[in-house]
Design a protein around this ligand. Structure first.
Ligand SMILES: [Zn+2]
Length: 102
């Protein structure tokens, strides 16, 4: 088995990240739009590649392989690194955006 085969066998889709992130966000992020900082790929979080067995949950861009998100929880804290995400756009299910003026 090559290193590429091993990496490929570990891949999940971005839905694997939505469950753990639910603890941090009150909206379902599977449908949130993520813009990759590396290549500007713009797509739903669920379409990115998740590695859930790393020390942190890691989401990579399927186009440029850049890390768009790292998430971990330990010792009563959660850590979210969005360095590789240019923009994340989520829509609350009830359409009520906190802080919006109607
Ligand atoms: Zn990318």
């Amino acid at each position: 088995m090559t290193a590429d085969d091993e990496t490929t066998s570990r891949r999940l889709d971005g839905n694997a990240a939505a469950g753990p992130l639910r603890d941090l966000f009150t909206v379902d992020l599977a449908a949130a739009t993520v813009v990759c900082a590396g290549c500007a790929r713009t797509a739903a979080l669920a379409t990115y590649t998740a590695y859930a067995d790393a020390p942190a949950l890691v989401l990579r861009c399927p186009d440029c392989s850049g890390v768009v998100l790292r998430f971990s929880s330990a010792d009563g804290t959660v850590r979210l690194d969005l360095t590789g995400t240019r923009l994340l756009v989520a829509r609350p299910p009830d359409g009520q955006v906190p802080g919006s003026r109607t």
